[in-house]
Design a protein around this ligand. Structure first.
Ligand SMILES: CCCCCCCC(=O)SCCNC(=O)CCNC(=O)[C@H](O)C(C)(C)COP(=O)(O)OP(=O)(O)OC[C@H]1O[C@@H](n2cnc3c(N)ncnc32)[C@H](O)[C@@H]1OP(=O)(O)O
Length: 201
């Protein structure tokens, strides 16, 4: 596979921090969760170009940087063009939320966010929730009801929670809400299955 020059900084850059592309709504919602994190109930989840071994203590075991791949949501160069997001984890409530601002390269119909990109953000938010609470796990099924389209550049909160475990099966639910919490854009249920390691599949 083509070897691309990967700077160490690029690999270890934490993308889940404010940048010039973030709207005021994005900054406001981010600051709200940063404030909530001060007493430890919420924790911001760092985000890199690769899935680094994350544990629920959000301790990163740096792995050898993959030189020729990037995680789907961090595959674009250029701030604000694709998935601009930051996740927060609340262990006590078994929740992961994503503050998310879809960029112009995620378009579906004119000016609106492609449903597949919303599904990706739901899948990843539920995935991180499952990984932190149930260990390495993979999506077995994901069911989404799309209620109201999401305008590109708007800010939404993707709110996932682990509802129950049955053996290796993690059952999660998720809502996508407008940043003021008044509009339900989508709702989903997901089933994740604990796996020893995806690479062993
Ligand atoms: C940055 C971090 C990103 C993380 C988020 C992103 C996650 C992803 O996108 S993962 C990629 C997409 N997912 C995949 O490719 C998974 C492909 N599927 C698989 O690998 C396997 O089917 C897998 C691992 C899900 C389950 O296989 P396996 O380990 O053999 O378990 P299996 O015995 O089939 O099923 C275990 C249980 O789950 C149930 N189950 C499995 N699949 C389903 C399903 N689709 N619907 C309902 N039940 C299911 C089985 O019925 C069984 O139930 P029970 O224990 O009651 O009999």
């Amino acid at each position: 596979m083509r070897q691309t020059q990967f700077s160490q900084a690029g690999w270890l850059k934490d993308y889940a921090l404010p940048n010039a592309s973030w709207s005021q709504d994005m900054l406001n919602l981010y600051n709200k969760f940063v404030e909530k994190s001060k007493d430890g109930t919420w924790k911001r989840i760092p985000s890199y170009r690769h899935i680094i071994a994350l544990t629920n203590s959000i301790k990163l075991e740096a792995e050898k940087p993959r030189q020729d791949t990037r995680i789907f949501l961090r595959n674009l160069d250029g701030e604000g063009l694709g998935f601009e997001y930051v996740m927060f984890f609340n262990p006590a409530e078994k929740r992961v939320v994503t503050v998310y601002q879809p960029g112009p390269y995620l378009e579906g119909y004119d000016g609106f966010t492609h449903g597949g990109s919303t599904a990706t953000m739901i899948d990843t938010t539920c995935g991180i929730c499952s990984i932190f609470l149930a260990g390495k796990s993979m999506t077995a099924s994901l069911s989404i009801n799309f209620k109201i389209p999401i305008l590109l550049g708007s800010v939404v909160l993707v709110d996932s929670r682990l509802d129950r475990m049955e053996g290796r099966k993690a059952f999660l639910s998720c809502q996508v809400l407008s940043c003021d919490g008044q509009t339900l854009h989508a709702e989903a249920t997901a089933l994740f299955i604990q796996v020893a390691s995806p690479s062993q599949r």
